[in-house]
Ligand binder design. Structure first.
Ligand SMILES: Nc1ncnc2c1ncn2[C@@H]1O[C@H](COP(=O)(O)OP(=O)(O)OP(=O)(O)O)[C@@H](O)[C@H]1O
Ligand SMILES: [Mg+2]
Length: 305
C-alpha cells in the first residue's frame, strides 16, 4: 500500500479478529524432560529468526491522522525500543504491527508492515495468523485470574488452532514458563490460579502465555509500568534472555530501561497536534550517546516529555 489520501473508509478491514483461526502445525517437541540442549538459540528446526520492518506507515482515527510515514527496521533477534512523549503514537504503531489497530472502529492506515519481507496486510492474509506470529504483552498484566497457571499458559493454543497432546501441552507449559523466567517460582503450584501471583509474576505469566504459541515477534507496550522495581528487573532479565530467540519491540517511558534492554531505539514525536513521526532511530548507544537531532537529545536527557 502507498500513502493514501484521507478517507472515511478504513484501508484495512475493520472487522474484529477472525472467528475461526488457522490450524497451525505444532513445532516438533521432544517428550523428554527439559534440558538446555533441547532448546538451542533460535526457532525450532534452526530456522532463521524473523525481523519486522515498516515502510511509510501512516495511521488515522476517523479524520485525525496520528502517525506520519513511519519507516523502521526492527532487526531479527534483537530488542527495539520505542520511546517518545505521551500521545505521539507509540501504542498505535505497536498495534498496527500485529493488526490490532483495525479492531478500532474508524481506524485506518496506509503503508507496509513486512514480516520476513511479506506484508502482514497482504489481501487474503488472516489477522489471526498474523497475531499468532506477532504476540503482544500489555501494560497491565492480564492473565485469566481464576484459571490455573498451566491453563493460562496453554490458553493461546486453542485460540490459535494449535493441536497438542496432553504430554506436548505439559512440555510446552514448562518450556514457556522457563523461557519467561517463571518456572522456578511456580513449578510446584501449576494448578493454582494465575490471579494469585504477584504483579511481576503475572506479567511473566503473560509473557509465557505469548511464548507458548511460538511467536516470531513479541510486542510489549510498557510491560513494566505497573510493576515495582524488583519485578521490573526480573522482566528486564527475561527480555534479555529472550533476545536471540525471537524479535522484541518494546514501548517504554523509562530511559534507563530502553538503554538496558534494547539494541535499536526509535524516538517518536508529535508536535503541535501534528501526527507522530520518527525523529531519529538507530543503535541505542548512538541515540542516547550521540543523538543527531537536538529534540532527541532533549528528550533522552529528560528536558521535556
Ligand atoms: N481508540 C482511539 N480513538 C481515537 N483516538 C485515539 C485512539 N487511541 C489513540 N488515539 C489517539 O492517537 C494518538 C496516539 O495515541 P497512542 O495511544 O498511540 O500514544 P502513545 O504514544 O502510546 O501515548 P502514551 O505514551 O500515553 O501511551 C493520541 O492523540 C490519541 O489520543
Ligand atoms: Mg501508549
Amino acid at each position: 500500500m502507498t500513502d493514501a489520501p484521507l478517507t472515511d473508509t478504513p484501508l484495512v478491514d475493520p472487522s474484529p479478529a477472525d472467528p475461526v483461526a488457522d490450524t497451525i502445525t505444532l513445532p516438533p517437541v521432544a517428550p523428554a524432560p527439559y534440558t538446555d540442549q533441547q532448546y538451542p538459540e533460535g526457532r525450532p528446526g534452526g530456522e532463521p529468526l524473523a525481523g519486522l520492518e515498516t515502510r511509510e506507515v501512516s495511521a488515522w482515527f476517523g479524520s485525525r491522522k496520528v502517525l506520519e510515514r513511519v519507516s523502521l527496521a526492527m532487526p531479527a533477534g534483537e530488542v527495539t525500543a520505542l520511546i517518545g512523549p505521551s500521545g505521539c503514537g507509540k501504542s498505535t504503531y505497536l498495534r498496527i504491527l500485529n493488526r490490532m489497530h483495525e479492531m478500532v472502529r474508524g481506524a485506518a492506515l496506509s503503508g507496509e508492515v513486512l514480516l520476513e519481507g511479506d506484508d502482514v496486510y497482504r489481501p487474503g492474509r488472516r489477522p489471526a495468523e498474523v497475531r499468532r506470529r506477532i504476540g503482544m504483552v500489555f501494560q497491565r498484566p492480564n492473565p485469566f485470574p481464576a484459571m490455573s497457571i498451566q491453563d493460562n499458559v496453554s490458553s493461546g493454543l486453542k485460540l490459535a488452532g494449535i493441536k497438542a497432546s496432553k504430554e506436548e501441552r505439559r512440555h510446552l507449559v514448562e518450556t514457556s514458563l522457563r523461557r519467561a523466567g517463571l518456572w522456578d517460582e511456580v513449578s510446584t503450584r501449576l494448578h493454582t490460579p494465575g490471579g494469585a501471583l504477584s504483579g511481576g509474576q503475572q506479567q511473566r505469566l503473560c509473557i509465557a502465555r505469548s511464548l507458548a504459541v511460538s511467536p516470531d515477534i513479541l510486542l510489549m507496550d510498557e510491560p513494566c509500568s505497573a510493576l515495582d522495581p524488583t519485578s521490573t528487573r526480573r522482566v528486564e532479565e527475561t527480555i534479555a534472555e529472550l533476545r536471540g530467540r525471537l524479535t522484541i519491540v518494546i514501548v517504554t517511558h523509562n530511559m534507563q530501561q530502553a538503554q538496558r534492554v534494547s539494541q535499536t531505539c526509535a524516538f517518536f514525536l508529535a508536535t503541535h497536534d501534528t501526527p507522530g513521526r520518527i525523529v531519529e532511530a538507530g543503535p541505542t548507544e548512538q541515540v542516547f550517546g550521540s543523538p543527531r537531532d537536538q529534540r532527541t537529545s532533549d528528550y533522552v536527557n529528560g528536558r521535556f516529555g
